[in-house]
Design a protein around this ligand. Structure first.
Ligand code: ZN
Length: 62
């Protein structure tokens, strides 16, 4: 019995892999003000970022 913890697969979490398209919601990027779509429902409380800005913010400063 030497299974690795095999229940998830790729240890990502909410990754974008898979065949099934997610429900996308229209939103306006809080950074570049571009119209974009996000895989979650924008609450209106927090700014939403487009893919580019999101990536920029996430992996930018270090
Ligand atoms: Zn943006």
């Amino acid at each position: 019995m030497s299974f690795q913890q095999g229940s998830g697969g790729f240890g990502g979490g909410s990754g974008g892999f898979g065949g099934r398209p997610r429900e996308m919601h229209k939103a306006t990027c809080g950074d570049c003000n571009k119209e974009c779509e996000v895989p979650f429902k924008p609450s209106g409380d927090r700014p939403v970022y487009c893919k580019e800005c999101f990536a920029k913010r996430k992996g930018g400063a270090r």
